[in-house]
Design a protein around this ligand. Structure first.
Ligand SMILES: [Fe+2]
Ligand SMILES: [Fe+2]
Length: 181
């Protein structure tokens, strides 16, 4: 018969889980912008330079979390490749719908991301100040992505706003799954 000690599953520290999920999420974000930039070559060429600039930011965020996972000797999240593939598919599909759909996607994703970052900072502040600083470092750039897309969306047609709850819900689901894996 198993004892309680034998049955116990080791606790995953919250900071580790957060850094892993954020790292996988940044991989997804890189691929959203990659997919959108690829399709926008013919769908909305005027967006390419900004999409590539945002992609560079996301690559920096991904490298930032990868570095801190390595420092803590933690392997990447099991959701990493799922996030990458999901991001690419989302980027390609929304890119096909054009300029306003691209902006709606960024608003939806970044809104969820910013809310999670804020919550993570509150959680990590008293328990792991070092991890808290790691998370804080990306907030400003995520705000820039959100705010510039929000501005773009206000000037476009109304229908792409329908995408916001769908994309936001999918982003929430991916983060939830990542925290469980
Ligand atoms: Fe990011
Ligand atoms: Fe971003």
């Amino acid at each position: 018969m198993n004892t309680t000690a034998e049955r116990a599953v080791p606790e995953k520290p919250l900071a580790t889980q957060i850094l892993k999920v954020n790292h996988a999420g940044e991989h997804g974000a890189v691929n959203i912008y990659r997919g959108q930039a690829f399709i926008c070559r013919w769908r909305a060429p005027e967006l390419i330079s900004q999409l590539l600039e945002f992609k560079t930011h996301e690559e920096g965020h991904r490298a930032h979390f990868a570095k801190h996972l390595a420092i803590r000797s933690v392997r990447r999240c099991r959701s990493y490749h799922f996030c990458g593939l999901g991001g690419l598919v989302l980027g390609i599909i929304t890119g096909l719908f054009g300029r306003s759909a691209v902006a709606a996607t960024t608003v939806a994703v970044e809104k969820v991301v910013l809310r999670h970052l804020e919550h993570q900072i509150i959680q990590l502040g008293p328990t792991d100040p070092e991890a808290c600083e790691v998370v804080k470092k990306i907030v400003e750039e995520e705000k820039v992505h959100h705010d510039s897309a929000e501005l773009e969306l206000q000037q476009g047609p109304f229908w792409p706003r329908i995408l916001i709850p769908i994309v936001a819900g999918s982003t929430e689901l991916v983060i939830w799954l990542g925290m469980k894996l």
